[in-house]
Design a binder for this molecule. Structure first.
Ligand SMILES: *Cc1c(COP(=O)(O)O)cnc(C)c1O
Length: 422
């Protein structure tokens, strides 16, 4: 136990406490901790009681049962990843999900890369290398994890031509910036913030006309990108991917693991001409996805094709979940925990949940939370104790109270939370 030797040498263990027994105790405690830490994985499942459906730090989207099944069976055996069963010859992994994506979005062609950040880089590099890309100053955003449009542009060696001002950009700003070197117009969806007040941006439709007039393609980084129309459920104002395709945008990219509710991926849909160019580019191989992503993505997209996304895909289901259903789960928890003579106090309260994942920042959906207090323990102490459980429970802490938001807790997880309070 090198660490104990160092502690003794550095006198961090007080000399008068050093006895044979105390050192033996320390060694055994240390060993037990080491064995225990080996029994749990570094990447471990947790219960998300924060109510934030797309919690980036907790792995964003939970996958559907169908996606999990498809990933598991693909992992356990050989598969048709790049094999055409009909011809017995080599196939392309691009083909596995392309038809689902074109059918669902109305685009001519589609492909998938590692994540949307990779898709942005790839599109700029493949379509605008050493050329100019016109972007509004109001859309030069930073997305969590230090991904900045301006920086990614530099990396891809495309020249950023920023137009307009932070709060207002007009069509003439774009028009005046067009030169022989212009390769792309780029729109970046403001996923993680909202501008209010004296603001103006150019609508996609207007920019479309300019793009056609100059024969310069329009690219939109949609960020979260959704196939499900949350607007119809009066949640937020996200355009669907199919609406943007129908508006005539030449190429669009979005994430697989945000509102879509699938595995991490960067999905690109667009004209056949552009997507073919991307598929042939050297970077397509560098940024390609693995078979598990494709397995999970195919199953996820299938739910959309079969119009089962609202019941099968946890992300969609949890976002549109009614307040009444969340209340039922909160009450189920309360009934069970009250039978245990727990020393904690629990009350059900109305509250709101956030969508998270840098999507729909202004949206708050009505929910129910269980507020937890204790005579002596602070909320921080309770939250920490819950994190230390075998299956860690991650909670919201607000005004010195621990809040359990049952929007993101499944019925079959309730007993685990109950046990944590005994
Ligand atoms: C989230 C986001 C990205 C990055 O997507 P990842 O799939 O996380 O790599 C890029 N652009 C916008 C606008 C986003 O919201």
């Amino acid at each position: 136990m090198e660490i104990i030797r160092i502690d003794v040498r550095n006198e961090t263990i007080p000399e008068d406490t050093i006895t044979r027994e105390s050192l033996t105790d320390r060694i055994f405690t240390g060993l037990t901790e080491q064995v225990q830490s080996f029994q749990t994985n570094n990447l471990q499942p947790v219960i998300n009681a924060t109510g934030v459906v797309l919690h980036t730090n907790l792995g964003r989207a939970r996958l559907s049962g169908q996606a999990i099944g498809q990933i598991t069976s693909t992992a356990a055996s050989y598969s048709t990843l790049e094999y055409n069963i009909t011809t017995g010859k080599r196939g392309s992994r691009h083909d596995l999900v392309e038809e689902y994506l074109t059918k669902l979005t109305g685009a001519e062609a589609a492909m998938v890369v590692n994540n949307n950040a990779a898709a942005v880089y790839f599109i700029l590099k493949a379509l605008a290398f050493e050329q100019e890309v016109i972007v509004s100053r109001g859309e030069l955003v930073e997305i969590g994890g230090s991904f900045r449009i301006s920086e990614i542009m530099k990396e891809s060696q495309a020249t950023l031509v920023d137009v307009g001002t932070t709060n207002k950009t007009h069509l003439k700003d774009y028009a005046e910036a067009v030169t022989d070197e212009t390769a792309l117009f780029m729109k970046v969806h403001k996923s993680n913030f909202k501008m209010i007040g004296f603001t103006d941006e150019v609508e996609t439709k207007e920019l479309m006309a300019l793009s056609k007039a100059h024969n310069v393609p329009l690219y939109e980084d949609l960020g979260s990108g959704t196939l499900f129309d949350f607007k119809k459920h009066r949640i937020g104002n996200e355009p669907t991917v199919q609406e943007q395709v129908a508006a005539g945008i030449d190429v669009i990219s979005f994430s697989g693991d945000k509102l879509l509710g699938g595995p991490q991926a960067g999905i690109i849909v667009g004209t056949k001409e552009i997507v073919d160019k991307l598929k042939k580019h050297q970077l397509a191989r560098v940024l390609r996805v693995d078979k598990f992503t494709l397995a999970g993505l195919e199953a996820t997209l299938k739910s959309y094709v079969l119009e089962q996304e609202q019941t099968e895909i946890p992300t969609v289901r949890d976002i549109v979940e009614t307040q009444e259903n969340v209340f039922k789960r909160a009450q189920l928890f309360l009934e069970q925990v009250e039978q245990t003579k727990s020393e904690f106090y629990f009350t059900i309260e109305e509250d709101t949940s956030k969508i998270g994942g840098g999507t729909m920042p202004e949206v708050e959906v009505h929910t129910y939370v269980v507020s937890v207090t204790h005579e002596t323990y602070s909320s921080a102490t309770i939250a920490e104790a819950l994190r230390q459980k075998n299956i860690p429970i991650i909670v919201r802490v607000h005004n010195d109270r621990v809040l359990l938001d049952f929007r993101t807790v499944d019925t079959d997880e309730i007993h685990i939370i109950v046990a944590a309070f005994i």
